[in-house]
Design a protein. Structure first.
Length: 568
């Protein structure tokens, strides 16, 4: 690898690191040391307002479903336990208020209309209603204490300091005031459940323990919230670091691949696939990449085709890729690139090893000519050789469906070979359904209209290729795919003799027959097309006849093509 790509890689990586290491300034949150800082921190300081708001709304919505159920259970228990009428009426009123408040909170949380003030108001009502349960069941009864502890803990872990202190203060203050009145014999104990403390001294000691439990609950809730917040912050920081490193690695990988490509390499260069060691990248297509390779067993050269990363995730694409190998391997002709080996269908990296060809494709071959077109004799040789390969595929029941200049390869020995059966269709099988397959400028009308295809589809593509090779211009062209498809289906290109001055007009009928919109009007076989084209040239050379359809061509169309033109 040259030093220039490495330098570009280093520059790219340092640029990325520099961009990441200098983020836009933002207000930093001071670290919280153990045993310092406020007990409760604002929720927005930990999660951000959007995520915390969503979490709060979700929690409140679930709580609102529980509140009416608990209120109904408390009211039902009051009918079973009976008790003093004033305390019981106060309890029912408090539970109705709580159930109503819970339903209102659910409605507000569902519509994202809750604010800090409305939430505090709702918790004030819920706490006041729950105090009526302490009055009814008794100051030291477990029912009232459980409600108080649950409320203080739930609000405490939510991190809303003002609301948490308010709820704790209401419960602790109400309970202490009530116990004080009972201990001073100012009011009788109204609870329906028996008190564990019989005398004033025992009642005061019990109250101190209850106050300690409530305060400890608030402290524990704050500690849980604080620990959770710290863990969340650390997790988010780690997630950001992981994301940043993944971005850096991805950028570095792209830079490395770009550096490899600059030296003719690819992402699998120097790796061993099956028994083949891959070398430089030879070419790329819509489905895969082709690498120069060497068989480690025999030392022979090969060309190995691998699927692209995004294609390997599609099982249908992989199956079509392997079907290509099965199709091509069954074709015995020198005008189709031979398949040497294929990967096991269960392999994690499917590949096809083909014979290594040296030469150039038709597109490159045309570019090497000064006028970017072939002499008529060379075009006839191209058509004759390619027709043999196409007819061999059709006899095996295979339609290529994507013939184009880049798929026709001329070896150093002058042999034309057909490449890339990646979108081939075995007659009777449907490898791709409801899809347009082909290259727009060389696509047949039935392909553009998503119709059924047979061997005459390849005849049309071969006619478009010959037109391009002779004239140096596309028979069907446009600024957009839709414009090209419209030309393919409805436009008749000018005769080749009009494009190339001095070209015999006899070739027009042969080329235009191959480009007929109706498949029934095309040649039945590629060999018939090549024979008609050669006969037209021979007739023009022999006697200079300029008739639009020489007798040799007419006979070729009448006698070589059956009415339905099936491919068998």
């Amino acid at each position: 690898m040259s030093s220039e790509p490495v330098a570009r890689f280093a520059t790219h990586a340092s640029t990325v690191v520099g961009a990441e290491s200098a983020p836009a300034p933002a207000p930093a949150e001071p670290p919280v040391a153990a045993g310092s800082g406020p007990l409760f921190r604002p929720a927005e300081a930990i999660h951000g307002p959007s995520s915390m708001d969503r979490r709060m709304r979700r929690d409140l919505w679930w709580l609102s479903l529980v509140i009416p159920v608990l209120c109904a259970a408390v009211v039902a228990s009051s009918f079973l336990l009976g008790g003093a009428s004033p305390a019981r009426r106060l309890l029912v009123a408090g539970m109705i208020a709580n159930a109503t408040c819970g339903s209102w909170m659910a409605w507000m949380a569902r519509r994202a209309r809750l604010t800090a003030r409305t939430t505090a108001s709702a918790w004030f009502i819920l706490t006041a209603g729950s105090c009526s349960a302490i009055l009814y069941y008794g100051v030291v009864s477990p029912v009232g204490l459980m409600l108080a502890v649950l409320a203080v803990f739930f609000v405490g872990v939510r991190g809303q300091r003002i609301v948490a202190v308010m709820v704790y203060g209401m419960f602790a203050g109400f309970h202490a005031a009530l116990v004080g009145l009972i201990a001073a014999r100012g009011v009788p104990a109204l609870g329906v459940l028996p008190d564990a403390a019989s005398g004033p001294g025992e009642l005061v000691v019990t109250e101190l323990l209850i106050q300690l439990v409530l305060f400890a609950t608030m402290i524990a809730a704050a500690a849980v919230r604080r620990s959770t917040s710290t863990a969340l912050r650390e997790f988010e920081q780690q997630a950001r670091e992981v994301g940043r490193h993944e971005l850096l690695l991805d950028d570095a990988k792209r830079a490395f691949e770009a550096a490899l490509r600059a030296d003719g390499g690819g992402r699998f260069t120097h790796q061993v696939v099956g028994s083949y060691r891959l070398g430089r990248l030879l070419g790329e297509g819509s489905m895969g990449e082709v690498y120069d390779a060497t068989d480690t067993r025999t030392g022979t050269s090969a060309a190995v085709k691998l699927l692209r990363r995004n294609v390997m995730a599609d099982r249908r694409m992989v199956q079509r890729f392997l079907t290509e190998a099965r199709i091509v391997r069954s074709l015995d002709t020198e005008h189709i690139a031979h398949v040497l080996d294929t990967a096991d269908p269960a392999s994690g990296l499917p590949y096809i090893a083909m014979e290594r060809l040296h030469g150039r494709d038709l597109r490159q071959h045309l570019a090497a000519h000064r006028d970017r077109r072939l002499p008529i004799a060379e075009a006839e040789d191209l058509l004759r050789q390619v027709a043999r390969g196409i007819d061999a595929a059709h006899r095996a029941g295979v339609v290529h469906r994507d013939l184009k200049p880049s798929n026709l390869f001329r070896t150093a020995a002058g042999v034309w070979k057909i490449l890339d059966f990646g979108v081939s269709k075995v007659i009777g099988e449907h490898t791709v359904e409801n899809a347009i397959i082909g290259t727009p400028s060389f696509m047949s009308p039935e392909q553009a209209n998503r119709g059924d295809v047979d061997g005459r589809t390849d005849i049309f593509a071969l006619g478009a290729i010959l037109y391009y090779a002779i004239t140096g211009t596309l028979a069907f062209d446009g600024a957009t795919l839709a414009a090209i498809a419209l030309q393919v289906t409805h436009h008749t290109p000018p005769p080749v003799s009009q494009r190339v001055p001095g070209l015999p007009a006899e070739v027009d009928a042969a080329v235009m027959t191959a480009l007929a919109k109706d498949p029934q009007q095309r040649f039945a076989t590629a060999g018939a097309f090549a024979g008609a084209f050669g006969a037209a040239l021979a007739a023009a050379h022999r006697d200079g006849d300029r008739s639009p359809e020489p007798a040799a061509l007419a006979g070729q169309r009448r006698h070589d093509r059956p009415a339905s033109a099936p491919v068998t």
